[in-house]
Design a protein around this ligand. Structure first.
Ligand SMILES: [Zn+2]
Length: 282
């Protein structure tokens, strides 16, 4: 057994649900207990019609901007942050990480200033609410309770293969002097291994990038590889120096669970889907 297989046994699984203002949030208890204000929205509680029903928070979706504005108001009220404190990631399925300061409050709304393309945001400013958007891609919550520094990552399979999670932790270290042994990490609702079936092209990218993590199985019946993206993320967080027992995986699959939007599931059925948001404040 490789050393990572031993370490992976110490990674925790678990989540809690919290209801507020008609919206259900998925939380990671490991982060909640450390005083990290964070959450991940489910699809209910908004005003958008099908197939964006109903709490669509993706400005890039074919949805009436008035619906999305109302959804953001409800989301911010329910989560308890001022809407003008939000700093929304400008995701591109890459590996860029940007620092959000008070100056970047309000970034990412239509017609306003935006971050350069990036999939990770880090901050030490308690007046900033980091926001990433998801519909199967992993939300990765990072929190250093000692230095009061946080990070949010949007990680699809491409970003995961490029080690966006590890790069966000390294940015917390280089920018704010965090010690990786203090950092807590949560991997929120996203596509599970059984739902993430791929062909040899994608499988070979992971086999090459993560030779030590046993992250895939071949399903003979489907003639597809099944990739465990949660394990891939945990492996790179451990590479960045995070203790395995400081990582928690929610275990909630967006594609299996109809309480969430799922790009992979809903694209086949409806041609598209809405986006959920993850938020984090230090
Ligand atoms: Zn699933």
């Amino acid at each position: 057994m490789t050393s990572f297989e031993q370490e992976y046994k110490r990674v925790m699984k678990g989540y809690t649900l919290a209801y507020s203002g008609g919206i259900c949030f998925c939380l990671l208890p490991l982060l909640s207990e450390a005083g990290c204000d964070h959450g991940f929205t489910q699809r209910f509680g908004g005003v958008s019609p099908a197939p964006m029903d109903s709490l669509n928070l993706g400005h890039n979706r074919p949805d009436d901007p008035k619906n999305i504005d109302e959804n953001y108001k409800r989301f911010a009220r329910a989560a308890g942050f001022a809407l003008d404190s939000a700093a929304i990631v400008n995701y591109c399925h890459g590996d860029g990480v940007e620092v959000a300061t008070g100056h970047e409050r309000g970034y990412g709304f239509p017609g306003g200033p935006r971050f350069p393309e990036c999939d990770g945001l880090v901050t030490a400013d308690p007046n900033v609410t980091l926001i990433t958007l998801h519909a199967d891609c992993m939300p990765v919550f990072l929190f250093d309770p000692v230095k009061k520094v946080g990070g949010m990552v949007h990680a699809g399979w491409k970003g995961a293969s490029l080690r966006i999670g590890k790069k966000a932790v390294l940015r917390m270290i280089s920018e704010f002097g965090c010690d990786s042994r203090d950092v807590l990490a949560g991997i929120g609702p996203s596509i599970c291994q059984d739902c993430f079936e791929v062909d040899d092209d994608v499988h070979s990218i992971f086999a090459e990038a993560f030779p030590k993590a046993e992250c895939s199985i071949y399903d003979d019946a489907r003639q597809k590889y099944l990739i465990d993206l949660w394990k891939i993320m945990a492996a790179q967080l451990v590479e960045a120096g995070i203790e395995p027992q400081h990582i928690q995986i929610s275990g909630q699959c967006t594609c299996c669970n109809a309480d969430y939007f799922s790009y992979r599931r809903d694209k086949k059925l409806y041609g598209g889907t809405g986006a959920m948001a993850a938020y984090l404040r230090v």
